[in-house]
Design a protein around this ligand. Structure first.
Ligand code: E4P
Length: 217
């Protein structure tokens, strides 16, 4: 499974890239707003740092507007993917952008039907949101499992980005379910690589080694 970072924070991207864990980046208007910088500047900065796909979202909600924005955004760098909301207008835009060779990531996918339509319209990626489904008490993992089956049933090459990831269990479960990618907020990484038994194990090994060294003296 590939790992994308769900952030527009350049320092966080640099830090986690040093571990060789970053295959791409996803952003949304909320994430960009947090950085307090100009949209184009931030996205270009990220595209210079990361070789993999970088998703940047449109703001307009009509298909013509989305296409206009997508044409502009896609010129900012070679690795741009234009993020389009899962609406009727969004599907129309995705269909036309596919003809233009512009890669898309259809966001805010909450049902199998939405994912199937986005894939059929020509989306490069679909982003089903787990955490937000959990928030309303709906089983989220099943969405990933079912989308995986549907895309496989029909040999569709649209990739599944498991999004709105909130915890370690989400990451583990979507990997088992066969998501192509998980997009993970940077704050979650330390929880992914650490475990109290790893820490106490290291402590035990070192204190045993120290005791042995002292007994040799
Ligand atoms: C993904 O592309 C979205 O930007 C993101 O995962 C949304 O996560 P949230 O539901 O935690 O805001």
């Amino acid at each position: 499974m590939e790992i994308f970072l769900d952030t527009a924070n350049v320092d966080e991207i640099k830090k986690i890239s040093e571990l060789g864990l970053v295959d791409g980046i996803t952003t949304n208007p909320t994430i960009i707003a947090k950085e307090g910088k100009d949209f184009e500047t931030v996205i270009k900065e990220i595209c210079n740092l990361v070789e993999g796909p970088v998703s940047a979202e449109v703001i307009r909600l009509d298909s013509e507007g989305m296409i206009e924005e997508a044409k502009e955004i896609s010129q900012w760098a070679d690795n741009i993917v234009v993020k389009i909301p899962m609406t009727e207008e969004g599907l129309k835009a995705v269909h036309q952008l596919k003809q233009l060779g512009i890669k898309t990531n259809v966001t805010l996918v909450f049902t199998v039907a939405q994912g199937l339509l986005a894939a059929k319209a020509g989306a490069t990626y679909i982003s089903p949101f787990l955490g937000r489904l959990d928030d309303i008490g709906t089983e989220s993992l099943l969405l990933i499992e079912n989308l995986r089956k549907v895309l496989a049933n029909y040999g569709m090459d649209t990739k599944i980005i498991a999004a709105s990831i909130r915890n370690t269990k989400h990451v583990e479960e979507v990997a088992i379910a066969g998501a192509d990618i998980a997009t993970i907020p940077s704050g979650l990484f330390s929880k992914l690589w650490s475990h109290p038994l790893t820490d106490s194990g290291i402590e035990g090994f070192l204190s045993d080694w120290e005791a042995f060294q002292n007994s040799e003296k």
